[in-house]
Write a protein that binds this ligand. Structure first.
Ligand code: 13P
Length: 253
């Protein structure tokens, strides 16, 4: 019942020309794909051109972050409404790289998620533990704290526009993917937490993506798990063939 959602998070990669070349290929090959939702998250500067190129397709343009205020003296920031104006329909918030290097915390991630929803964007809220936290047996506690911060002020009505991305930090860019069983365990826990916070109907509808070294070779096994509803893909989203193979794996799972 949940349509899987696969998003390519391009991070700090690609010129505008490179971004357009990649989305043109994705649009040609995936523009009419059924049974799976697809999005790409370019840098802010490439976002308007990408969104324009994707017009007329089902592919979504996503922002990699957004700020929680709508205007004012916030040098360097971009608001959710401005991203919507530029053509974005989703915003990723709370990515572990933002938490690690740019001071994002669970409370500010919640503010960003609420701002995205208020601007009419969907919000992809990222959660995930570090290796030390996993080794210390703290995975579920860390995920709970991040999830609770991200969900402040939300109710069941957000379900269609809220996505949770579980991205264990130790699996991001390392080539070391969580096993399908490890991922499913956390995804099932997240869904239960969503049910406690937003009710069972909403929890059943909210998609939970897995992220962390997703590749064509491991995507199908991950997507086959009950509570894994798509992927947030970093490195493998930078090449059309790899990303398309992951999208197709999510569709067939
Ligand atoms: P990789 O797929 O490169 O591990 O990155 C995952 C990620 O951080 C997606 O947001």
């Amino acid at each position: 019942m949940r349509t899987p959602f696969v998003v390519g998070n391009w991070k700090l990669n690609k010129t505008i020309a490179e971004a357009l070349a990649l989305v043109t290929e994705l649009k040609n090959q995936l523009g009419a794909v059924k049974g799976v939702a697809v999005g790409v998250a370019p840098t802010f500067v490439a976002l308007p051109a990408v969104a324009k190129r994707l017009e007329g397709s089902t592919l979504a343009t996503c922002a990699q972050d957004c700020f929680w205020e709508s205007s004012g003296a916030w040098t360097g920031e971009v608001s959710a409404a401005q991203l919507a104006d530029a053509g974005a329909t989703w915003a990723i918030v709370g990515h572990s790289e933002r938490r690690q290097f740019f001071g994002d915390r669970s409370d500010t991630v919640g503010k960003k998620a609420r701002a995205a929803l208020a601007a009419g964007l969907g919000a992809i809220v990222c959660v995930g533990e570090s290796l030390a936290e996993r080794d210390g047996g703290k995975t579920l506690a860390v995920v709970d704290e991040q999830l609770d911060g991200g969900l402040v002020g939300m109710d069941a009505s957000v379900a269609p526009k809220l996505v949770i991305a579980y991205e264990p930090v130790w699996a991001i860019g390392t080539g070391r993917t969580a096993t399908p069983g490890q991922a499913q365990e956390v995804h099932a826990h997240i869904r239960k937490r969503l049910a406690d916070r937003l009710g069972a109907v909403a929890a059943d509808a909210i998609r939970i993506q897995y992220g962390g070294s997703v590749k064509p070779s491991n995507a199908e096994a991950l997507m086959a798990e009950n509570d894994i509803d798509g992927a947030l893909v970093g490195g493998a989203s930078l090449e059309a063939a790899d990303f398309i193979a992951i999208v197709k794996a999510a569709r067939s799972a």
